[in-house]
Design a protein. Structure first.
Length: 400
């Protein structure tokens, strides 16, 4: 047999019966070194060596890191996510990494992680009870999570499984950009897409009734803005007086109030398109003037206890309102009207009512600050039965 040329690689059999292959390649650090691959058969090793040589011929360097996923995710959160993403985004990513990814895949080497491993792990996570961690495919799981002595079968939602997959995919894509790995195996894995129902919305009559019922509430102007302008909860609570011009009848949405890692913070809105200037109709201008007078009275009553933050909607001493505490005002109002709506459904109502009035979707998108017109039409827009009936009657008349 002729002697192998330099760079062709070598294959040997180990004492345990597995095979060991070695080949010289250029690594991401720019150094040419000999790397090892392992497998159960000679053919498997030959295939791995061939793939490494093909990458070498294409000029693609071989990653020379030996980090496991836990080490890499810790680095990624600290050096990439915390620097380039919003604080709320970092908080969500960190929670997914800590609760799901590190316990499940943290010991895997990012260089050798396979799509099949990711796929099977995600399927297992989606199927197991989150209390006792027993798979729902087991006939009789051991009762560890309920006082009644039975598995509660509390599983992750499709949306949560999609989020876990998205965080892993984003992290590995960054590793590809940094040439730590050659390909993103998470991109090869598909997860069930959650279905989003059309948001509930108020009719014109119900919206009028809500505003009439909220007239005496100290946050009446907030409900007017939510129902007429379609603003998000965080945008409303982060709105400052210096962003409102009552003379020119306009306001600028440029901040959002969120609780991040235990602190209330004013952050950039959800998307770039969320930053917008909106004209104010007379009903909103009137509500804001009344609110301005009411807040001046509260400032005078609070005296030295008042803490000025320049916010439109603040507590009785001027401090920011806790977003989750808005329910203390909303829930009693909703109960009096007999409505089963979330506060966010007021935003749905504003978009739907505008579309029902025949306002062009691109205009509605600008008012609501949606990132894409598809969101406006797919998630929120829905025709009432009356509108559908009118449309079908018109078609029937044309054909009869």
């Amino acid at each position: 047999m002729a002697k192998r040329a330099n760079g062709e690689g070598s294959i040997t059999i180990r004492k345990d019966g597995t095979y060991h292959g070695r080949v010289f390649v250029t690594t991401t650090s720019g150094i040419r070194r000999r790397v090892s691959v392992y497998g159960k058969t000679r053919e498997e090793i030959r295939q791995k060596i061939t793939e490494l040589q093909a990458q070498e011929n294409k000029g693609v360097p071989t990653p020379d890191t030996n980090m496991n996923l836990e080490q890499y995710l810790t680095y990624w959160l600290a050096r990439v996510v915390s620097v380039h993403r919003r604080p709320k985004t970092y908080q969500g990513y960190e929670s997914v990494v800590r609760v799901h990814l590190i316990p499940g895949l943290g010991k895997k080497k990012i260089r050798t992680l396979r799509a099949a491993e990711v796929r099977s792990w995600l399927a297992r996570v989606a199927a197991e009870c989150q209390c006792c961690k027993h798979g729902l495919d087991k006939a009789r799981p051991e009762p560890k999570c309920c006082a009644a002595g039975e598995c509660c079968r509390s599983v992750l939602s499709r949306r949560m499984v999609q989020s876990i997959h998205a965080v892993l995919r984003n992290a590995l894509q960054n590793a590809v950009r940094e040439e730590l790995i050659v390909r993103n195996v998470a991109q090869l894995v598909q997860v069930p897409t959650p279905s989003y129902g059309t948001g509930k919305g108020l009719s014109v009559a119900e919206a009028r009734l809500l505003l009439r019922e909220a007239r005496a509430d100290r946050l009446y102007a907030l409900y007017v803005l939510a129902l007429v302008m379609g603003m998000r909860r965080g945008e409303l609570l982060g709105l400052r007086w210096d962003a409102v011009n009552l003379e020119r009848e306009s306001l600028i949405v440029e901040r959002s109030l969120q609780r991040v890692q235990g602190e209330l913070m004013l952050v950039a809105p959800k998307t770039v398109s969320s930053v917008r200037t909106i004209p104010l109709p007379p009903i909103v201008v009137e509500a804001l003037r009344e609110h301005q007078e009411r807040q001046a009275q509260e400032r005078a009553a609070a005296g030295i206890e008042w803490r000025e933050h320049g916010l439109l909607f603040a507590s009785r001493i001027g401090t920011p309102l806790e977003p989750d505490n808005l329910r203390r005002s909303w829930h009693p109002l909703r109960k009096r009207l007999g409505l089963e709506l979330r506060f966010h459904d007021l935003r749905h109502s504003a978009v739907s009512l505008l579309l029902d009035l025949g306002v062009p979707p691109h205009t509605v998108r600008q008012i609501a600050g949606h990132s894409d017109i598809g969101v406006t039409m797919k998630v929120y827009a829905h025709a009432s039965l009356d509108e559908q009936r009118k449309a079908l009657n018109r078609l029937g008349e044309q054909l009869s």
